[in-house]
Structures are given as C-alpha cells and as structure tokens.
Design a protein around this ligand. Structure first.
Ligand SMILES: NC(=O)c1ccc[n+]([C@@H]2O[C@H](COP(=O)([O-])OP(=O)(O)OC[C@H]3O[C@@H](n4cnc5c(N)ncnc54)[C@H](O)[C@@H]3O)[C@@H](O)[C@H]2O)c1
Ligand SMILES: O=C(O)C(=O)C[C@]1(C(=O)O)C=C[C@@H](O)C=C1
Length: 368
C-alpha cells in the first residue's frame, strides 16, 4: 500500500521522529498539535507542513485532501478522543496511534463508537528520555521493533497501511494482541522504567562526594528516569496491573538480596549463595535481550581510546575509522571527572579491532 500523504497529530518526540523519517522517504507529511509552538518547531525541523484543520461542527475533509494515514502521537489517555474527532471529519483513510499501552486506548475507542475497521493501533519500541519535537530523530526507529495490534474488526488495508508506515520508518513489525502486548511491555519497558526511577530517586539526596564518583554504571541504569513524569504517569496508569505484577517480583528479589547482605554483614558466609544466584539470573536475563537489529545479541569487540576533552576530537577519531573502512557499531564516552581527558569506547566487529587499534597507534592515538 502506497502512503503519499500522512497526517501526524501530536508533533512531540515520537510524532516528529516519524514525520522526519517519512519526509526522508518522500512522503508528504501534514502536522497538527494542540500546541502551535510544537507544530511550528516540527515544521522548521523539516518534518512537514502545517495541517489546516477543518472548522465547524458539520465540516468534513474533502476526499481529495484526505491523508492516506493519520498517526495519533499524543499521550495514551487522549488517543481515543483524537481518533473519534479525526474520523468524524474524515481526516484520513486509515488511522494508527503510537501509545505505549494498547488495550485501554482500543477499549476506549470501541466505547466511544470509533470505526475500528480503519484503525490499527501500534507502538514503536524506540524512544528517548526527552520530549518534544526538538528531541526528534529521523533514525529513531531504525532496526527497532514496532508492535501492531489489529483487532478482529480491522480492515486488511488498514493493517497494510500501518505495515507500510513501519517499513518506511525502517523498523521491524511485530504483530501481537493488545493484552499480550501490554503484558510484554510491562516486563521490557514499564517496570524497568519504575525500577530506574527508584534507583535514581536515591541520588536526589546523595552527597556531592557520591555524585562526584558517578561512573557509567549509574548513568546506564538511570537514563530513562529523566523522562517526563506526566507522560509516564499516563503510561503506567494505562497498564497498572501488569506493571504492578512485575514490580512485585522485582521487589521480592531486592528484599531477598538486602536480607542476604544483612546476614553476610553479620558473618553468615552462606548468604553469598543467594546473592550469587540473583547476579547469575541477572546475567542470564541480560543475555536474552536481542541485538540492535532484533536478532541474537552480537558480540562486538570494544576498542578504548583516550581522547582529550577538546572540540573536534571525536570527529577526528571517526575520520580514522572512515579512512580505514571500519564501521563503528556503537560508541560510548566515559568522562574522567576533574580531568581534561575521557575514554571513547568504540564497538566494532571483532575482525576489525586489530586493524583499528594499529591504525590509531600509527596516528599517535593512545589506545590502552
Ligand atoms: N517517549 C517515548 O520514548 C515513547 C516511545 C514510544 C511511544 N511513545 C508514545 O508516544 C506518544 C507521544 O509521546 P512523546 O514521547 O512523543 O510525547 P511528547 O510530549 O514529546 O509529545 C506529545 C505531543 O502531543 C501533544 N498533544 C497532547 N494531547 C494532544 C491532543 N489531544 N491533541 C493534539 N496534540 C496533543 C502535545 O502537545 C505534545 O506536543 C505517547 O502516547 C507515548 O506513550 C513514547
Ligand atoms: O529509550 C528510551 O528512552 C525509552 O524510554 C524507550 C521506550 C523503552 O522502554 O524502550 C520507552 C517507552 C516507549 O513506549 C517505547 C520505548
């Protein structure tokens, strides 16, 4: 199914990222948001043109101006009401949303009397801890899973339109029922978010000495805790029971680990067994997370390079990689607090690690 014109309602992080990806593939994109500033910024970023909404109770969009697909990229609680209004004026042939929960918006849409034949709910498993169009990335969805949850009423053409959207954004479609989706994301997204917030909350009154010693570990574990609390309250409220179930299991593990550590501190050496078991279960769980393209996790070699904290250092480093034809799969920066130095960790295919290390040595880089 060809998507020539797509209407994006909600030009925040996700809506604008999808719009930018679609623009890159030559799709005409119309932008709408209840916040005019968000629409203007999205437009200035090259995400598309402002949609001129139809005025008046009885007004409908003329068939020639109807979008092929409307993407509703607003907080979960507003999805169904937006869908109802867009369908009332005939804004698009087909509709999807991108909310992080699926059962409740679909249920609400049915309750409100939305047309479920033209609507296929979806959810890209890609995002950031920042909100708004300014945080949008054209490549946000590349290689990421994108769930779609067609109901029994859904028209196959509506599903084809959403599959085409996912393809144009470079993501991998995963078809799943809404209830199974919500249980799954409770485990892989929503409960981890609350756990990250709980860990980050410990930092609110940590001493300056403790914060000065913060390394990459705490940054990795708490990155998502920086997200918009309002948006996340909406997500968690829309998936409350499945998330609570996972959090209860996490809380049990944490309580057991704390008791075992108390026992250890009091001289009970057998308590190490319980802690080791949890750490090993953690390794096993972590190993099951698929790699960036959805296949099994790839084991890249990591080349560490010392870089000065000066403008242009990373660009020079990447230039070397480019010159010798080594593809950098991932990059991580480790700052040494108080020092004008940092470590760049470049993940590359194992075969390329020696070539890269030698090339960097030859050019005077410090590779420990
Ligand atoms: N943030 C993420 O990482 C992420 C990832 C995947 C999916 N999602 C889902 O995508 C949706 C949007 O999230 P976001 O991160 O882009 O949020 P955002 O805050 O960046 O953008 C949301 C936009 O929706 C607009 N909006 C709110 N209510 C509206 C309404 N009734 N009509 C029109 N516009 C309205 C807001 O003005 C804002 O510009 C949410 O449903 C969220 O669950 C978020
Ligand atoms: O990477 C992030 O910053 C995210 O929050 C992304 C993330 C996730 O948990 O993976 C969060 C919520 C969305 O519904 C989808 C993706």
């Amino acid at each position: 199914m060809d998507l020539r014109t797509v209407l994006v309602v909600g030009t925040g992080l996700i809506g604008t990222s999808a719009a930018l990806a679609l623009r890159k593939r030559g799709v005409r994109v119309l932008l709408a948001d209840r916040d005019q500033g968000a629409v203007r910024l999205a437009r200035e970023l090259g995400a598309g043109e402002e949609w001129q909404p139809i005025k008046g109770e009885q007004a409908t969009v003329p068939a020639a101006e109807r979008a092929d697909l409307a993407i509703i990229a607003v907080p979960p609680a507003h999805v169904a009401t937006e869908l109802l209004e867009l369908q009332r004026i005939g804004a698009a042939r087909f509709y999807t949303d991108v909310a992080s929960v699926k059962a409740e918006p679909i249920h609400r849409a049915a309750q409100l009397g939305c047309d479920l034949a033209t609507y296929v709910a979806s959810h890209p498993l890609a995002g950031r801890e920042k909100s708004g169009p300014g945080a949008a990335r054209e490549d946000l969805f590349l290689g990421r899973p994108w769930a779609l949850c067609p109901t029994e009423e859904a028209d196959p053409e509506a599903k084809a339109a959403v599959l085409r959207l996912i393809e144009l954004c470079g993501a991998n479609a995963v078809e799943v029922g809404a209830i199974d989706h919500d249980r799954a994301v409770a485990v892989v997204s929503h409960a981890p978010h609350v756990a990250a917030s709980a860990v980050a909350a410990r930092l609110a009154d940590a001493t300056d000495v403790a914060l000065g010693l913060a390394g990459q570990g705490v940054r990795d574990v708490t990155r998502i805790a920086g997200s918009d609390p309002g948006l996340w309250l909406g997500i968690l409220s829309g998936n409350a029971s499945p998330v609570a179930e996972v959090l209860e299991a996490v809380a049990n593990d944490l309580a057991d680990a704390a008791s075992a550590l108390r026992a250890l501190a009091e001289g009970d050496g057998t308590a190490t067994n319980e802690i080791t078991q949890l750490l090993k279960r953690g390794v096993a769980g972590h190993d099951r997370i698929p790699g960036k393209h959805g296949g099994p996790a790839s084991s890249y070699a990591v080349v560490q390079v010392v870089i000065g904290d000066r403008p242009g250092q990373l660009a020079r480093l990447f230039q070397v990689c480019d010159e010798i034809g080594v593809n950098v799969e991932d990059v991580r920066l480790e700052h040494a607090p108080g020092l004008p130095l940092g470590i760049a960790e470049l993940s590359v295919e194992p075969d390329a690690a020696t070539t890269l290390t030698e090339a960097l040595h030859e050019r005077g880089w410090q590779v420990p």
